[in-house]
Write a protein that binds this ligand. Structure first.
Ligand SMILES: *[C@@H]1O[C@H](CO)[C@@H](O)[C@H](O)[C@H]1NC(C)=O
Ligand SMILES: *[C@@H]1O[C@H](CO)[C@@H](O)[C@H](O)[C@H]1NC(C)=O
Length: 193
């Protein structure tokens, strides 16, 4: 009798355990999504960053992308990315609005140093070299800045700097990055970066 009760409890336990796995899988996978998707209907979030709207158009964690990842991001007037670098290639296409790219080309200094400034404008495109510290800012007072972003080697591992003179060794690794946090299970081993 007691054995049977234990058996039933065991079955109940396994059922609720699989239910949890299934609900997490459906939240964090492309299974069931149509092949052709409407960008306007892709979920967007600010991930706690004021003035940002981020959509993962095609991602490694959500969509199983292996080599590249594509994001659509909108920056409200005055908002900007943190100063950061990553060991992947990154290409921007400016869809709307204007702003400034700050780029500190990699040098042999111990910190990024004073960045070069470039104006970015509608239909402009630029790529950020691997590991160059950079920042994108919407420096316009009225219009949103909207960019399509492509990165290689996803999921992205980002090193964040408090300012341009923070030593590389003091920059902070953010991995998984905010948009992958809920779904990515980072491998247990230490990252080589
Ligand atoms: C895409 O989504 C937007 C916003 O929901 C909608 O206005 C538009 O009609 C959709 N496009 C198509 C082709 O369904
Ligand atoms: C961007 O460039 C393409 C190709 O020259 C052109 O057709 C389009 O109108 C341009 N858009 C803007 C916003 O300038």
């Amino acid at each position: 009798m007691a054995d049977r009760l234990l058996f039933h409890l065991f079955i109940l336990g396994s059922l609720s355990f699989s239910a949890i796995i299934i609900s997490e899988a459906s939240q964090c996978s492309i299974n069931g999504l149509p092949l052709v998707r409407n960008i306007s209907e892709i979920p967007q979030d600010n991930y706690g960053r004021g003035g940002l709207s981020h959509s993962t158009v095609a991602g490694s964690v959500l969509h199983g992308m292996k080599e590249v990842e594509v994001w659509l991001q909108t920056y409200a007037p005055g908002s900007r990315t943190p100063i950061h670098r990553h060991s992947c290639e990154e290409v921007f296409v400016v869809l709307k609005g204007s702003g400034t790219l700050y780029l500190a080309p990699s040098s042999h200094m111990k910190y990024p140093g004073n960045p070069q400034e470039f104006s970015i404008f509608p239909n402009s495109t630029f790529n950020v070299p691997v590991n160059d510290a950079h920042q994108i800012a919407n420096t316009d007072e009225r219009e949103d800045l909207q960019v399509l972003v492509m990165i290689s080697r996803p999921p992205v591992k980002v090193f964040i700097y408090a300012d341009w003179f923070m030593p590389h060794t003091a920059s902070k690794l953010k991995f998984p990055y905010y948009w992958d946090e809920q779904c990515l299970q980072p491998p247990p081993q230490k990252d080589e970066l």
